[in-house]
Design a protein around this ligand. Structure first.
Ligand code: SF4
Length: 436
């Protein structure tokens, strides 16, 4: 066993998506597994070393990552921290530039360099710690990353440049991790990937997400399994059968569609048409009538005409999705869309994003109005102001609707499931009473 300074305190800071959060959790877990005092985002602990896990997806995210690095360079200059390391997608994509522009950072690492990060602490990578990930989310829910990378070629997307080709994690490793998480009180698992539905095609030469869901459903203690980042093309319909059959699999699907106009979908290289997307969504609703569909759209793609944008708005009005997120196109170098002219102004991109979200706000309000008087199982996440705040199986943490329970009228325990009846609603929130 190599000698090391045990007093070293290491803070890991995460930018970006839930997949990056899982990577940060693995860094903390491996450092702790080597008796190093590591923790996630708690500067009150006066760390000696900071590791910034960056995001490099779009301009806004890159800016936030650079600002976080610079803020920690200031901490280092002020003598508050001794060492500063940077990892994650921005570092993977722009390592040489960053080394030149921000030389105060002690070392930059790519997205697949955990052993190299550990070596800086004379620590060893321990495979056996895989199932023992220290989660940074609330103790009753956790993200489970089932694969890394992506084989798709969406023209606007830089993720394959930063995360590489699709690599599925073995089912047995995922089950072991799920059992370990359940033992520690996790009741809800968010399954995440760059492209969820591709799971297994590399490792098992077949789409194995339905099998994985069946195995995860047998894990004692896990009550909700939620699907994020599905891809619409060649979507395995068996997933809807499993969703119908297995009560633990939430009637919820996050499936980014990105656009709905066929010309734009073609320029985005999404390998699907509006007609095919309509058919998929309608099939989902037929097979799982109470399913909540979350999707994401991108506005301001190069050449997007007012008519093409209007086509998207009409599609959203017509399909009445339960949950919608909207991104503004970011002109990312080394993507195939970067060869196109980024001719939609920043103002017009923001204007289109607001107009599309306004279409969705009304739909969300109407969906919520219909829930008044209905009963739901709610997982209680936290207490805030005069309310206990939770979610139904149709709501994922941090992105979807919440259920507000008046704390003056009801007492519930955080992390518990409670049965409620909805008494009122707003655009994105429900108010509810607890049923005895
Ligand atoms: S499927 Fe997602 S991660 Fe993969 S290229 Fe398309 S947008 Fe990017």
């Amino acid at each position: 066993m190599k000698t090391r300074k045990l007093k070293e305190k290491v803070e890991v800071i995460t930018l970006g998506c839930s997949k990056n959060l899982v990577d940060s959790e693995n860094i903390v877990t491996q450092l702790k597994g080597n008796d190093i005092n590591a923790f996630h985002e708690n500067e009150d602990n006066n760390p000696d070393v900071v590791i910034v896990n960056t995001c490099g997806f779009i301009d806004l995210a890159k800016e936030e990552s650079v600002n976080t690095i610079l803020a920690n360079v200031e901490r280092k200059k002020a003598g508050e921290i001794e060492k500063l390391y940077v990892t994650g997608c921005l570092s993977q994509r722009y390592k040489e530039d960053l080394e030149l522009e921000i030389p105060e950072v002690d070392a930059y690492f790519g997205t697949m360099e955990l052993p190299a990060i550990l070596a800086r602490f004379n620590a060893d990578y321990q495979h056996e710690l895989i199932g023992e990930r220290k989660i940074s989310t609330l103790p009753h829910y956790a993200y489970l990353k089932i694969s890394e990378g992506c084989n798709r070629t969406c023209s606007f997307c830089a993720i394959p440049l930063m995360r590489g080709k699709h690599i599925s994690r073995p089912i047995d490793d995922l089950i072991r991790e799920a059992k370990e998480l359940a033992k520690r009180g996790v009741k809800e698992l968010m399954l995440i990937a760059q492209e969820l539905t591709y799971y297994g095609l590399d490792l098992y030469k077949s789409r194995e997400l339905p099998q994985l869901l069946k195995r995860l459903s047998e894990v004692e203690g896990i009550e909700w399994i939620r699907l994020h980042y599905a891809y619409p093309t060649k979507f395995p319909l068996e997933i809807f059968e499993v969703m119908k059959e297995l009560p633990k699999v939430c009637n919820y699907l996050d499936i980014p569609l990105q656009h709905a106009n066929d010309e734009v979908l073609d320029r985005m290289k999404r390998q699907i048409t509006q007609g095919q997307m309509r058919e998929l969504i309608n099939t989902a609703k037929e097979m799982v009538p109470e399913i909540a569909i979350r999707t994401t759209f991108m506005v301001g793609f190069p050449g997007e005409t007012e008519a093409e944008f209007q086509d998207l708005c009409d599609f959203v009005s017509d399909m009445r999705f339960e949950r919608v997120g909207v991104f503004q196109y970011s002109h990312e170098e080394d993507t195939s869309a970067h060869l196109l002219e980024d001719n939609i102004s920043i103002e017009e991109k923001a204007n289109r994003a607001n107009r599309l979200m306004e279409v969705q706000r009304e739909i969300s309000f109407e969906h919520n109005q219909k829930k008044i008087g209905q009963q739901f199982k709610v997982l209680v996440d936290r207490k805030e102001g005069g309310y206990f705040i939770g979610r139904t199986e149709y709501d994922s943490p941090e992105v979807d609707n919440e259920v507000l329970i008046d704390a003056a009228k009801h007492y519930v325990r955080i992390g518990d499931f409670v049965q409620v009846i909805v008494t009122d609603s707003e655009d994105y929130d429900l108010y509810a009473d607890v049923l005895d």
